[in-house]
Design a protein around this ligand. Sequence first.
Ligand code: PLP
Length: 415
Amino acid sequence: MTGLAPAQGHLMSTYAPAPVRFVSGAGARLVDEDGKSYLDFLSGLAVTSLGHAHPAVAEALCRQAGRLLHVSNLFRNELAEDVAATLDRLIGDGQPAGGKVFFANSGAEANECALKLARRFGGRGRHVVVSAYGSFHGRTLATLHATGQPEKHEPFAPLPEGFRHVAYGDVGDLARVADPSVVAGVLVEPILGESGVIVPPRGYLSDLRALCDERGILLMVDEIQTGLGRTGRWFRFQDEDVQPDVVTVAKALGNGVPVGACWARAEVADAFVPGDHGSTFGGQPLALSAAKATLDTMVELDAPALASAAGAHLRAKLGELDGVAKVRGAGLLLAAVLEQGIDSKALVADALALGLVVNAPIPGAVRLAPPLLVSEAECDEAVAILAAALAQNRGESGRIRGDSHHRNADEQEGR
Ligand SMILES: *Cc1c(COP(=O)(O)O)cnc(C)c1O
């Protein structure tokens, strides 16, 4: 790998990228600029659920690019109607759920739509949205405040008002805060993705549903990371047979093309009138051609069933690894929780060098989110690489491993 490319110097320092440049991919594999092959068990953070360069998505994009890219939302859009209807049916687990969709360009924008909709539906004064500590809902100022990580708020204060946080998985804590005279809704991840794939106690979502019904507040489920088959169901909330008022989707929706969506049941959706919300690019044909191809392919292949089967296999194999204390998550959204003393950042760097892409959302755990079409052989290969990385990690001294941040920074500067 050559020295710091000039381009990197012109990029804002919002990321500290690993010293590798991927140039192509196919399925669960990536290839870097030196021709080295990697297994991608991160999928760009649960985005490329059909794998890289999926032919159905590639063909749809090429066809649409040669036909019509953009006309604005001032005109009717058949692709939007089509994808919205499919999403509604998937949210209804095969039956129409009776909702309506707003298309956005990202997860944060899908959540922004949900937050504005909650305020509009709640009416003036009932504008508070409650979310959980440890949650992640996006990086815009409002979704940042919904994100329950005070250390992320601090540099950007003052944030938009109208947000409260409660303990994740604790409906009692919410009951204390959810005053229906000011609270419009609850925004919740059914599994905390960015905080290390934390699965709440069973019954959490249905208890939330009951409390929201009792108080007359909206249950808004952020399925941006968990949705579209990844956890073994179309949406994670279906695992508890819960019917949310609002569902947000993004990441996997375009298999890598930026597109997000906010679904709401019709009565809630109808709180918006023309002029209340909008987006120049939201729902534009190119993005929706990818979304349509992605959803149609997922339906055809029964993506949730694939995720469930591959997830069970991967989970069992990970659980057998020396150095892995336990595995948590659902389907193909998994975290291998490491034994004490193993530095997840160093492990992720070692795995990358050995040809496996995973990440460390929190210090003690490694997240795995391979494409839903991953094979058992690819899972076994990934686990073997992880085993080698773990052996390497435990073989080296704590002195080197003690300060992975510096090690990482040195690597980036010293290339
Ligand atoms: C990634 C993510 C978001 C933000 O999506 P962006 O497309 O990065 O704006 C919001 N909520 C959850 C649960 C996510 O995982």
